[in-house]
Design a protein around this ligand. Structure first.
Ligand SMILES: [Cu+2]
Length: 141
């Protein structure tokens, strides 16, 4: 009996910790993470983004729906610490030029933008493929 209650208490404890962790993650994501979604289809970039703020964690997700490999490259990564994940390979640092995005795969770039402007990106394999991300001044709520 004592053993039984011991296990129950342990389970409730773990449950409470899990709820706190999940709640904390949701809360911090809502507060500080902003996303840009880029879809590649038919040799074109399609960008959808919310208004971006300076100095906030920004995640750019690039999804390649074509059946050829593409590349997502931008000057915006050059002077900024950027965390890149593509096909299970992680790169982190300054001076990242971009990443290949294989057919049907997704690449993510995490960085913090500290300059307002238009950030152009392109595919180095197909030079006609270009797009841009806008960071205009938005009043903080
Ligand atoms: Cu391409």
């Amino acid at each position: 009996m004592q053993n039984y209650w011991g296990i129950q208490v342990k389970r409730i404890g773990i449950l409470i910790i899990a709820i706190i962790l999940i709640g904390g993650t949701l809360l911090s994501n809502a507060q500080s993470q902003q996303e840009v979604n880029v879809t590649i289809e038919g040799y074109k970039f399609q960008t959808s983004q919310m208004p971006l703020q300076l100095h906030a964690d920004t995640i750019i997700r690039v999804k390649n729906l074509d059946n050829v490999r593409h590349d997502f490259g931008s000057q915006m990564f050059l002077n900024t610490l950027t965390h890149v994940e593509s096909d299970g390979v992680v790169t982190y640092g300054k001076g990242v030029e971009g990443a290949y995005v294989n057919s049907g795969k997704e690449a993510t770039f995490r960085l913090m933008l500290d300059q307002v402007g238009r950030f152009q990106f392109q595919c180095s394999i197909h030079p006609d493929m270009k797009g841009e991300i806008l960071l205009l001044i938005v009043d903080a709520v």
